[in-house]
Design a protein around this ligand. Structure first.
Ligand SMILES: NC(=O)C1=CN([C@@H]2O[C@H](COP(=O)(O)OP(=O)(O)OC[C@H]3O[C@@H](n4cnc5c(N)ncnc54)[C@H](O)[C@@H]3O)[C@@H](O)[C@H]2O)[C@@H](O)CC1
Ligand SMILES: [K+]
Length: 541
């Protein structure tokens, strides 16, 4: 940053005022997705968007432009350096957390330089601590301004170790999993002076491990790979080759030469006036994320993708005796955890040809009578249910490492029930249900749009939209429940509820039957301590 506001910007006339007052019309053009397919709107994680981003279509800044933007943000636009540094450091930390999970890469060394790039590194170290990483900080040329001394105090209060250059091992390969390079940003000139020259050499040594295929720490550069020319990049191909670059505000020209696997953009604070003035094309940030991936996602070895689930044990003693209550309990947990669409479930059906088919549908009700969803009665699933009224539902709650399977027989809900639900939906969805002839081939999207428009006009008087005959609900009456809780090393917990016959008979009412089973279980358990209806299976998957 350049803290001294330049005289031009200090003047009482705000050069941005016309745009500030009229942001939505002109400036928003430049903040539109650069190459956004419709699907992007539905992604909440920037990783999920990666394939859609094209780094060539994102703007790159010269060194002068970067400095000017900095001055403008902290001049007429009223930002403070503390604010921007906090947001930048948080963006760096969230980018790291997206690419390198704390469960595998927890030991982080943040090497911080004397300027604001170093300040970003100090903030990132603190945020990473709160994300579950173990940061260490090397901050050899400290700046004695209150902002920086405050950041140091904050880190010390978290007992984050500060290591001097002499304390650091010559070979970084064994002691750290991630090195955050926060030495120099866009104000770097010339060649690095001590002690940073030596620290950069130690980072360069790590590349030697690439040939030997031994594990080495990954290098994450903040804004600029330190030692690189801000515009020309790695002149002479002798500089560090970071694995990840987190560009801040907008990538600088040198980022065009970055070829590592992870390029992220952070600093979600660029106001449209800035974007407009510098004709910036920047990718949209997904959801509430502080970072967004730019460029291609690295190619992954699918066979190597695995999570080591860390969850509390799920024991027989903890479960509800009634599986519906157990389901509700886990469903409430999914809601409380803020999971998106926890009512999304995979519905699997099998027609008379014996071939299964699955699709996601939304659960719209669950009670003692079963699990309800609505659909088109002429769709493929409806045809298959007509031929074979047995189905399986699967809920997967990522983030909680939980899965629930429910299997049973399916029947249509009453017309009144479908009618009632149909009219509770937004009018747009009601019209959509009429227009959408599910599982049929149509000449093109325009047909749907046309019909939708016509019906929208027809019902613009807010008259009742009649439920079409072919639309309604189904109810699955459960015959089996299985609750799965992922555990470390694939030793997952699976608890199953299944009805048992009592005296050779199955009661017509499944839930009564379950209660009988549970009564039976209680009495069995008191005799031989073997819980019968609830089976615990440790599976190697
Ligand atoms: N909008 C913005 O402009 C933002 C900027 N931020 C950060 O601020 C950085 C720019 O910060 P600064 O302008 O403070 O500059 P830098 O952090 O890039 O570095 C400047 C410092 O490095 C020293 N230095 C320069 N060349 C050197 C050399 N060859 N050898 C040794 N020391 C050298 C200077 O004396 C000065 O102390 C950005 O790269 C970014 O990380 C972010 O915090 C947030 C937003
Ligand atoms: K850097």
């Amino acid at each position: 940053y350049h803290y001294n506001t330049s005289p031009a910007i200090k003047s009482t006339c705000n050069p941005f005022s016309p745009l500030v007052s009229n942001q939505s019309s002109s400036s928003s053009v430049f903040l539109r997705p650069v190459s956004a397919p419709a699907i992007r709107a539905f992604c909440s994680k920037s990783d999920a968007m990666s394939s859609a981003q094209n780094s060539d279509s994102v703007s790159h800044l010269t060194q002068r432009e970067a400095a000017e933007i900095d001055e403008t943000l902290m001049g007429p636009l009223g930002f403070s350096v503390d604010q921007l540094m906090e947001l930048a450091g948080l963006s760096v930390a969230t980018s790291i957390a997206e690419a390198y999970k704390a469960s595998e890469y927890d030991r982080v060394l943040a090497i911080c330089g004397p300027g604001n790039n170093g300040g970003d590194g100090l903030v990132a170290a603190r945020q990473l601590y709160h994300f579950g990483y173990k940061p260490f900080v090397c901050y050899p040329k400290r700046t004695q301004k209150p902002l920086y001394t405050g950041l140091v105090t904050q880190l010390e209060s978290l007992s984050i170790p500060f290591l001097s250059v002499e304390d650091l091992p010559l070979d970084f390969s064994k002691d750290f999993d991630i090195i955050v390079d926060a030495m120099f940003g866009f104000s770097f000139h010339g060649t690095p002076r001590p002690p940073f020259d030596d620290l950069i050499k130690r980072l360069l040594c790590l590349h030697g491990y690439d040939q030997t295929r031994q594990k080495r720490p990954v290098i994450v550069s903040v804004d600029i790979p330190s030692g690189w020319h801000v515009e020309e990049g790695d002149i002479g191909d002798e500089g560090i080759k970071p694995d990840m670059l987190v560009s801040l505000t907008a990538p600088k020209l040198c980022a065009k030469k970055f070829s590592g696997p992870h390029h992220f953009l952070g600093g979600r604070f660029v106001p449209p006036v800035i974007a407009h003035k510098y004709k910036l094309r920047l990718p949209p940030y997904p959801g509430t994320s502080m970072c967004v991936r730019i460029g291609k996602a690295p190619s992954v070895d699918i066979s190597a993708l695995r999570e080591n689930y860390i969850s509390p044990e799920f024991l027989e003693e903890q479960v509800e005796s009634d599986p519906i209550n157990q389901f509700r309990k886990w469903f409430d947990d999914a809601i409380a955890a803020g999971l998106r669409e926890p009512n999304a479930m995979a519905l699997s059906t099998v027609g008379k040809d014996g071939k299964p088919s699955s699709r996601m549908v939304l659960l719209k009700g669950v009670d003692r009578d079963g699990f309800v969803w609505y659909t088109n009665y002429e769709s493929r699933k409806a045809c298959e249910l007509c031929e074979n009224p047995h189905a399986s539902l699967l809920f997967y709650w990522d983030g909680l490492n939980r899965q629930v399977r429910v299997e049973g027989s399916v029947e249509k809900v009453s017309d009144e029930e479908s009618e009632q639900y149909f009219h509770s939906r937004p009018r747009g969805s009601q019209i959509g249900a009429i227009v959408s002839k599910q599982s049929s081939v149509i000449p093109g999207r325009h047909v749907l749009y046309q019909q939708y428009k016509e019906l929208e006009e027809k019902f613009s008087d807010w008259s009742l939209i009649p439920k079409p005959e072919f639309w309604g609900g189904y109810r699955l009456k459960p015959e089996l429940f299985e609750f799965w809780q992922g555990q470390t090393s694939r030793l997952h917990d699976r608890l199953q509820y299944s009805p048992q016959e009592i005296n050779g008979k199955r009661d017509g009412n499944f839930l009564v039957l379950l209660k009988k089973v549970l009564l039976c279980w209680k009495c069995e358990a008191s005799i031989n301590k073997t819980p019968q209806p609830i089976k615990r299976v440790l599976m190697m998957i």
